[in-house]
Design a protein around this ligand. Structure first.
Ligand SMILES: NC(=O)C1=CN([C@@H]2O[C@H](COP(=O)(O)OP(=O)(O)OC[C@H]3O[C@@H](n4cnc5c(N)ncnc54)[C@H](OP(=O)(O)O)[C@@H]3O)[C@@H](O)[C@H]2O)[C@@H](O)CC1
Ligand SMILES: Nc1ncnc2c1ncn2[C@@H]1O[C@H](COP(=O)(O)OP(=O)(O)O)[C@@H](O)[C@H]1O
Ligand SMILES: [K+]
Length: 536
């Protein structure tokens, strides 16, 4: 499913209206009708189902009507429609007409004097008035929100700039504190449609009826938390226009994995396959103090379905690792007396990597003298895809690796927001402020596949595509969960998936496994990283 910015949405509107000749008012009609249908659906979900004494059906003869715009319990509903000055308000006015037609009592609340509406919104204002819908102007007329059963927020949409001002801010605050279910038209008013940042105040919706295409801000936190249940409704803008526009941000779904990324999500294995068919991962990581990171990543690679995994580890660690996972192959690479890595181990890692399909480095690696040189040798010397995580990312952050010799095979970086901040030279707060754009920019500039982790992980490619993953659970905020992901992505690469496929599918499956593992626990907070591997 496509994800667009406010500016892209404006272009799409324009191309539909001017290029295809579909009048703007028709799009607004479609939008308002879709919103009304979703409000009625919400009322139906909330309504107590009473057995009908007589349901009007007769054998043999059927006529069906507009079920989506009909509500048996309409008489019990009273909805407020908060109307802004722009087209978002226009959508709300259309919805109000349909709700009224369904028998719901509707009151329009204009945030600004209705005379200030222009264009299509003004036409809708006049239509609502001609239909006799009751209307008040906020700040001028009396309003008792407590007397209503629900609120449609049609104050601000993709045309909003900055924090809601004046009466808009007052209405948002009043709606939030009313405790009534709120349905937002397109986006919750007060949300930045591009970044997912919420202004003060911002509507907290139960349902957001997103029009035409998902907006970036609905998929990133805190916006994703303010939107409630999101329904995307078509309003007649053809998706071919998005393809033509070259917009390449997707919500990661099984359909996108299959149809956009050509991933075989059924994960069928050939009946004649053997361990050699499914590839061999080399993982360089782990120290005496952080042996678990190497172990988790290696085990996750195996569980992701690759044929063989070799864990390259410092010699001092070897006796403790033997037998910990019998399925793993262990390769000692020297290192220091205290069990840490040193720069001389690069030669051994390179030798081991020559025989493997994928090299992953970083989990539990630690820092050591000459580690930049160490990583540069591996970057320039490995002739297979490379996955870098944890301290390997911290090493990269301290150097301009764009001057390193370019590689034939892809590199995948898997930073959490703190690591991303170091890589990009900004604060973690700044990373979180606009994750999708940051990931897109970084991946392009540094020619890497970037996995920016955290709730709703962003996968960005050097070619300018991005995929937003929504599988996963807050229970996954536990030490080692990222090491598991590194192993999974490496394991998928070894099986022949390309970098984008492995990163996206790996993140998607990692999240699903996290969800499954957290459901298996009585208390999701009990989840440990190893449980994610076992849930694969
Ligand atoms: N054909 C189409 O285009 C279609 C568009 N569609 C719908 O239109 C929406 C976009 O509509 P839009 O562009 O009119 O902007 P919108 O979000 O309604 O509000 C802008 C108005 O609010 C004001 N304002 C701005 N910031 C503010 C603030 N911080 N605090 C207070 N006020 C603020 C600003 O007024 P100003 O300050 O400029 O006087 C401006 O007039 C989109 O989300 C979708 O719902 C669909 O129907 C499909 C067809
Ligand atoms: N709230 C959340 N929702 C979904 N996934 C999460 C959430 N919190 C953490 N995760 C996932 O858990 C993993 C944590 O990785 P990371 O911070 O690198 O852990 P570690 O360094 O301990 O291995 C990432 O894949 C991240 O996306
Ligand atoms: K809105």
């Amino acid at each position: 499913m496509y994800v667009v910015t406010a500016e892209q949405m404006r272009q799409l509107d324009r191309e539909t209206i001017e290029g295809l000749g579909i009048p703007a008012i028709a799009l607004m009609e479609n939008a308002g009708r879709a919103i009304a249908e979703e409000i009625i659906a919400l009322c139906k979900r909330q309504e107590k189902v009473e057995p009908a004494a007589w349901n009007g059906s007769r054998e043999g003869f059927h006529v069906s009507g507009d079920a989506a715009l009909t509500l048996g319990t309409a008489a019990a509903e009273r909805w407020l429609v908060l109307v802004g000055k722009g087209n978002n308000g226009g959508d709300g006015l259309v919805a109000a007409r349909h709700l009224s037609e369904a028998g719901i009592a509707v009151t329009l609340v204009y945030a600004v004097p209705p005379e200030s509406l222009t264009g299509e919104a003004a036409l809708q204002r006049d239509a609502a008035a001609a239909m006799g819908l009751s209307a008040v102007v906020y700040g001028r007329d009396r309003l008792d929100i407590a007397a209503y059963s629900g609120i449609l927020d049609a104050l601000l949409g993709t045309g909003a700039a900055g924090a809601p001002r004046g009466t808009y801010a007052e209405l948002i605050a009043a709606a939030n504190s009313s405790g009534k279910p709120i349905v937002s038209a397109d986006i919750p008013s007060g949300l930045d449609a591009d970044t997912g940042q919420t202004h003060e105040p911002c509507i907290h919706a139960s349902v957001t009826v997103c029009l035409a295409f998902l907006k970036r801000g609905l998929l990133q936190y805190p916006g994703a938390g303010a939107a409630g249940h999101i329904v995307v409704r078509s309003i007649g803008i053809p998706s071919a226009l998005v393809r033509k526009q070259g917009s390449a941000v997707y919500w990661l779904t099984p359909a996108v994995l299959r149809d956009v990324l050509n991933v075989d999500t059924s994960r069928q294995r050939s009946p004649e396959g053997h361990k050699g068919t499914y590839g061999h991962v080399l993982l360089a990581g782990g120290t005496l103090r952080m042996s678990g990171a190497g172990l988790l990543a290696s085990r996750a690679a195996l569980r992701a379905g690759c044929g063989l995994v070799t864990w390259a580890l410092p010699r001092r660690l070897l006796p403790y690792a033997i037998g910990s996972v019998p399925e793993l192959m262990l390769a000692e690479v020297g290192g220091e007396e205290d069990g840490s890595w040193n720069k001389d181990t690069a030669v051994e890692v390179l030798k081991l990597s020559a025989e493997r399909d994928v090299t992953a480095a970083g989990p539990g690696l630690g820092r050591f003298a000459g580690d930049t040189e160490w990583l540069r040798s591996i970057w320039e010397g490995t002739d297979c895809p490379l996955v870098l995580d944890a301290d390997a990312l911290n090493i990269l952050a301290e150097t301009d690796y764009r001057i390193w010799t370019s590689r034939r095979h892809p590199v995948i970086l898997t930073p959490h927001p703190g690591e991303m901040a170091r890589l990009a030279g900004i604060s973690t707060v700044e990373v979180q402020r606009n994750r999708i754009q940051l990931a897109l920019d970084y991946a392009r500039e540094y020619s890497v596949t970037l996995v920016l982790k955290g709730a709703h992980t962003v996968i960005a490619t050097p070619e300018g595509q991005a995929f937003i993953n929504t599988t996963g659970s807050p229970a996954m905020g536990t030490g080692g969960a990222g090491d598991v992901l590194t192993g999974m992505i490496s394991g998928l690469l070894a099986q022949g998936l390309n970098a984008t496929q492995a990163a996206a599918f790996g993140v998607y499956l990692h999240g699903l496994a996290g969800e499954r593992a957290s459901h298996q626990r009585q208390d999701p907070s009990a989840l440990m990283a190893g449980d994610i591997i076992e849930a694969l």
